[in-house]
Write a protein that binds this ligand. Sequence first.
Ligand code: GUN
Length: 293
Amino acid sequence: MQLLDGKLTSEQIKAEIAEQVNIIKASGGKVPHLAAILVGNDGASETYVNNKVLDCRQVGFESTLIRLDADVSEAELLSRIDALNKDKDIDGFIVQVPLPKHIDETRVTLAIDPMKDVDGFSPASVGRMTLGMPTFISATPHGIMELLARYKIETAGKHCVVVGRSSIVGTPMSILMSRNSNPGNATVTLVHSRTPDMAAICRSADILIVAIGKPNFINESMVKDGAVVVDVGITRVEDSTRPSGFRLVGDVDFDAVKGKCSFITPVPGGVGPMTRAALLMNTLKAQSMQLQK
Ligand code: GUN
């Protein structure tokens, strides 16, 4: 078994991006600038957004964090988005989800200019991805594709099983893996909560990508010998022995299945850091797209 080391790979990507920033600076160009809107004080969202700001600092990007109260009106949030759409200094921005219940996430996603949609959540971005056109691919699927590419995982002609059909991970992942591209060209099965005998389908996977947010859901009996396993889950599970009071647990029972896999992502240190690196890749791309406008 070999680890698909997302931490190490993301550090390599960040070093490459930092180098690009140095080149931009040396030629008098504009440093990429990412903005993030965070509504409310959800603990996990705060951590994610703070990490995004730290990542920007690490590679030399500019960043702006806009914090709004949990009871901010939808109209106020939409007007902040409109301001970012128009702000020439901002190359790309994200609105961290989940949002408070009184705010319509779809309306928010639709309000983001697709040219600045570095999360790749907008219908325009998803449509372009589906058609194989240049676009922003949302950070987690993008990060996973990059990880598979850098480890030269053979995907063409393989059976890829994606567990979970969320619009930000499972669904785009299934499309990307089936596209005529490398990585890609896999025969894809997408399974979900209504799939009968999910275990048997998982057991037939050469590449198993799991994104359902259920700690340790995938056990040894669901993994084929020699499979490549990508674990997207990062659930916070209470752990009083940790200073934080919790630990992060993946959707795959790592210790139970690692002996059967050819490659597997750890949690933490697998998909998470690749997601963060992918947002930086998208922001760099956004900056070059603004130049071409
Ligand atoms: N919440 C969980 N993951 C993400 C992400 O990639 N982008 C945004 N905007 N919110 C998230």
